[in-house]
Design a protein around this ligand. Sequence first.
Ligand code: E4P
Ligand code: PEP
Length: 471
Amino acid sequence: MYSPRWPPGTPGRIRRRAVERTLADRLEAALARPAAQQPGWPDPDRVRAVVRRLTAGEPLVTPAETRRLLDRLGAVARGEALLLQSGDCAETFAESTEPHLRANLGLLRRMALVLTHAAGLPVVTVARAAGQYAKPRSAAVDAHGLPVYRGDIVNSAESSHTARTPDPERMVRAHHHAREAMTVVRRLAHGDLADAHALHEENHRFVSTAPGGRRHRARAAEIGRGLRFMTGVGAPAPRLGEIWTSHKALLLDYKRTLLWADPDGPEPRLSSGLAHFLWIGERTRHPDGAHIAFAELLANPVGVKIGPNTTPEQALDYLRRLDPHGEPGRVTLISRMGHNRVREVLPPIVEKVTASGRQVIWSCDPMHGNSRTTAAGYKTRCYDHILDKITGFLEVHRALGTHPGGLHLEATGEDVTECTGGARGLTEDNLPARYRTACDPRLNAEQSMELAFTVAESYATWATRSTEAPR
Ligand SMILES: O=C[C@H](O)[C@H](O)COP(=O)(O)O
Ligand SMILES: C=C(OP(=O)(O)O)C(=O)O
């Protein structure tokens, strides 16, 4: 049985022991439930040995940081901030490098700068980074009859039976890469990527040179004027704050490691030392399954993806279970129902939750539910469908008077060719040029900035209306 550890300096030895035992029992009970999308490890003894080793390893984040994020997300739930979550679909060990992280985190920051200006609200930036190594799949075998690739933490994408056999040692490698990535995230978040002037310079280049940028010159110019005004009046150079990390709580043998006992919330819970924010995916959100039961125990803020078949009752039930004490920011409901379903499926869910009086973060994942495979076999997504999904999400919230607090994107700061469309007009014929994703297609840097500037206009209209509305 796994026993959670305590953050250093936690007082009260006897109480600690009792809380530890209760949490450890509840964890085992949660993990004994049916769990979807887990690998068929060939040797369970090796898995147990790896779990023991990882459990004794080094946490990447602390309960104090996680509580700080919860606090920031509380502001999003109350309509006082936005949440922007973005990064790779599947991080790989090979691309767990500083240049790649810099590109993705820089993009996250540049998009956030534009949204902050438009909405007049702080943006909480959460990276899909430092742990997004596991993927759920639609089928257990691929077109060649091999076990499907489930992410670098489980097996290799190479096409051979040996490479695809799940190897628990990969969890140790994942932890090593995540730890290194975390160091880079911390350094960049408080280093070059905190400098609003430098980020704006890059955005200025985008609107001056990229086909999707030109129509956004006016907003970029306003941001530049705002920054120069601050310098002019002698305000300290604006620096952006934290970048938080997140990944999908999918691979339970990994997720059960590095848990802190956290007695400080409304009830004792387990704070994951692997990332600040964890979310449960569409394929693993079964109410009787292990993933939701595991999420119930977490002290970290949690997300749940809600797809086209989610009913309003189910959505409310997730909130009752995951947020029994009504803490704003504790739960983010991430809609991923595709651009052609959002206007029909989302409204009754939002209405039911709102009528219950609960404060939740409404986030929009316009990537999932919007994929297709081309005749040449490339999985892709179309920029216009992605934008339309976000537009539909915003329309629903505008009609219902709720806060469209979050965006959740699969996007990279690199110049890949994985999604079609955008002002540069990428077509299916362009996809082979730089198709590099390990799983699903990501927006590239230009498409992402075009999307951020376009969506920013809707947030700006919204912000203007709400400041003009009678109080
Ligand atoms: O990113 C999400 C899923 O892992 C992915 O869409 C599943 O992909 P598949 O249908 O190719 O298995
Ligand atoms: C696979 C993902 O999403 P979903 O569970 O919604 O398919 C994801 O966000 O990586």
